[in-house]
Design a protein around this ligand. Structure first.
Ligand SMILES: Cc1cc2nc3c(=O)[nH]c(=O)nc-3n(C[C@H](O)[C@H](O)[C@H](O)COP(=O)(O)OP(=O)(O)OC[C@H]3O[C@@H](n4cnc5c(N)ncnc54)[C@H](O)[C@@H]3O)c2cc1C
Length: 475
C-alpha cells in the first residue's frame, strides 16, 4: 500500500514530540501537505500529561527556560500568551550532605553570578566563596580553551570543587540526569565559554546570561523559568489543534521502520504502508534518528549519540496541610553525595504553580520526585525496581527532603512514569558529533533533522532550533 500524496508537495515528519509538531506547523505554513508519523499512541513526546487523583498533570516537561523568548512567542502564536506564568518567587533548595540550603537564585546551571552573594556563601562556606571569587582574576583563556570539554572541568578550573559539588552537580543532575563530568559544556551551557572571553570571568558570563533572560522573559524578573497555566502539555494540545486546522495528517501509533531515497524525494515505510515526500524532517531521539537514516545517508554510520538515562518520575498527590507552608520552596535538588536519598530532585508542584494549588484545593499537594542519573562511577547508587518500590522510595525521600513525614495513608493518588532514553545525553564531544551529523544531512536535498539531541536539551533550545532548521530547509 502507498499513500496518495503528491511527492514534491508532500512533506513527511517523523516523530510527534514538540520538535516534530513545530516542524509540521512551519512546513504547513509554507504550503506543504504534511504527514506526521508518531510511534506512540499519544502526542507530544516528553511534553506529556497524565491524570493523578483527578488532576491533569504534566508527566514530563513542566516549565521552560526564559533565557530566550522562543517558547513564549510560540505560546502567543497559539493563543496561549495570556497563560504564561512565573513560578512562585520563593525559589528552590539544595540538599547537601550537611543539610538543606536555599539555592542561590542568580545562577546558570547552579554556577553563581556572584560568589559573595549571601545565599551562595551559605552553600559554599567562606573558603568555597573565596576560591570561587578567584575566577575574577584568572585569565579568560582558562575555561574558554578547547582543552576544557565538560561542565565539571570548566567549573572546577574557574571556581573550584565546592561550587561544582554543592551547587552545579545538584542542578545539572536535576535538569540533565547526568554527572557534570560527563556532559559537554557547549551543549548544556551554550554561550557560556564565549561569555567568559567577552566578559572576562565565568561569574560575569553567568550574570550577562541572566540579564538577557530577564529582559526577554514574559515572566517575572529573577525567575529563570516560566510555565503555562494548566501545564506545559497545553502547548501540545494547542499545537495539535493548529495542525488540524491547517489540514496536517496526524498518524499516531505509527512507527517509522525504514527510510530510503527516491528519485524525487524520500520514502518512509511504517508497517506495510509507504509514505512518499519531497521533504523529510526527522524529529526523533538521536539513536532512532541515526538508526533510521543511515541506510539512506551512509556517512551517518557510527555517529549515533549515546543513549540517554533511564529516568522515572514518581508523582504523589497527598492530603497533607502541613505542606501548605512550603517547607522547601518550589522544591529541592539533591547533591549526589547526600547519604540515604535516592531521588535526584523533588518538585513541590503545588508550591511552584499557583494555578495547580488552586486546582488541587487547600491541604492537597502534588510532589514529583525524579530518579535515575548517569553517574561518574564513584557516586553510583541503587535505584528501585518496581512501581511499589518507587512509591516506598518516594515516601521515604519526600519525608527526608521536606522534613515532614509523608505516609502512605496521606497519598490520594500516585503514578510512576518511565522516560527511557528520552532525555538526550550530551556526552563530552556531543557538540562536534552533532555538527558532523548536521553537515551530512544538509548535503542531502530535502532532509532536515531536529530535536533535543541536536538542539540541546530543553524546550527553549528545541523550539528555537527547530524553527531555524526548518526555515533553512525551506529556503
Ligand atoms: C522527564 C522529563 C522532564 C523534562 N522537563 C523539562 C522541563 O521542565 N523543561 C524543559 O525545557 N525541558 C524539559 N525536558 C526536556 C524536553 O522535554 C525535551 O528537550 C523536548 O521535549 C524534546 O522534544 P523532541 O521533539 O526533541 O523529542 P521527544 O519529545 O523525545 O519526541 C520524539 C518523538 O519521536 C517518537 N518516536 C520515536 N521513534 C519513532 C519512530 N521510529 N517513528 C515515529 N515516531 C517515533 C517518540 O515516541 C516521541 O514522541 C524534560 C524531559 C524529560 C524526559
Amino acid at each position: 500500500m502507498s499513500s496518495s500524496l503528491t511527492p514534491n508537495q508532500a512533506a513527511l515528519v517523523l516523530g510527534g514530540g514538540i520538535s516534530g509538531l513545530l516542524a509540521a506547523r512551519e512546513l504547513a505554513a509554507a504550503g506543504h501537505a504534511v504527514t506526521v508519523l508518531e510511534a506512540a499512541a499519544s502526542w507530544g513526546g516528553c511534553v506529556g500529561s497524565h491524570m493523578v487523583a483527578g488532576l491533569t498533570l504534566d508527566s514530563g516537561a513542566e516549565s521552560y527556560a526564559t533565557r530566550s523568548s522562543a517558547v513564549a512567542e510560540l505560546s502567543a502564536e497559539l493563543g496561549l500568551g495570556g497563560n504564561v506564568v512565573a513560578p512562585r518567587p520563593g525559589g528552590a533548595w539544595v540538599q547537601l550532605p550537611d543539610g538543606p540550603r536555599e539555592l542561590p537564585k542568580t545562577g546558570v546551571l547552579g554556577i553563581p553570578a556572584n560568589p559573595w552573594d549571601p545565599e551562595v556563601r551559605r552553600s559554599l562556606g567562606f573558603v568555597g566563596s573565596l576560591r570561587a571569587s578567584l575566577d575574577k582574576y584568572l585569565p579568560a583563556s582558562i575555561g574558554a580553551s578547547a582543552s576544557i570539554t565538560s561542565v565539571a572541568a570548566l567549573v572546577r578550573a574557574r571556581m573550584g570543587r565546592r561550587v561544582l559539588e554543592r551547587l552545579v552537580a545538584p542542578v545539572v543532575g536535576g535538569v540533565h540526569s547526568a554527572d557534570p563530568g560527563l556532559l559537554d559544556v557547549d551543549m548544556v551551557a551554550p554561550g557560556l565559554r564565549a561569555g567568559i572571553r567577552e566578559h572576562g570571568s565565568l561569574a560575569a558570563a553567568v550574570a550577562a546570561q541572566r540579564r538577557g533572560s530577564t529582559q526577554s522573559s514574559a515572566a517575572k524578573a529573577g525567575s529563570a523559568v516560566a510555565g503555562l497555566e494548566g501545564g506545559m502539555h497545553t502547548l501540545v494540545v494547542a499545537l495539535l489543534s493548529d495542525l488540524r486546522s491547517r489540514g496536517v495528517t496526524l498518524m499516531s501509533g505509527t512507527a517509522a521502520d525504514a527510510v530510503e531515497r527516491t528519485t524525487d524525494g524520500w520514502r518512509v515505510t511504517a508497517g506495510d504502508t509507504a509514505y512518499d515526500g519531497g521533504l523529510l524532517v526527522v524529529a526523533l531521539p538521536g539513536p532512532a534518528a541515526v538508526g533510521l537514516l543511515q541506510a539512506a545517508v551512509p556517512g551517518l554510520a557510527g555517529r549515533s549519540p549515546e543513549s540517554g538515562p533511564d529516568v522515572r518520575l514518581v508523582t504523589l498527590v497527598v492530603d497533607l496541610p502541613e505542606l501548605d507552608r512550603r517547607p522547601r520552596g518550589t522544591g529541592i535538588l539533591v547533591a549526589p553525595q547526600t547519604p540515604g536519598i535516592r531521588a535526584k530532585a523533588l518538585t513541590h508542584a503545588t508550591a511552584k504553580w499557583d494555578w495547580l494549588a488552586a486546582a488541587a484545593g487547600p491541604g492537597t499537594h502534588v510532589l514529583r520526585l525524579s530518579y535515575g542519573r548517569l553517574e561518574a562511577s564513584e557516586h553510583a547508587a541503587g535505584t528501585p525496581a518496581t512501581a511499589p518500590d518507587f512509591l516506598a522510595a518516594a515516601l521515604h525521600d519526600a519525608s527526608a527532603l521536606l522534613d515532614v513525614p509523608v505516609q502512605e495513608t496521606d497519598v490520594v493518588g500516585w503514578d510512576v512514569v518511565r522516560w527511557q532514553g528520552a532525555l538526550p545525553f550530551a556526552a563530552v564531544g556531543h557538540k562536534a558529533r552533532v555538527a558532523e551529523v548536521r553537515k551530512l544531512c544538509a548535503a542531502e536535498a530535502g532532509l532536515g533533522i531536529v530535536g533535543g539531541w541536536v538542539a540541546g536539551n530543553g524546550l527553549a533550545a528545541v523550539v528555537a532550533d527547530t524553527r531555524k532548521e526548518i526555515r533553512s530547509l525551506l529556503s
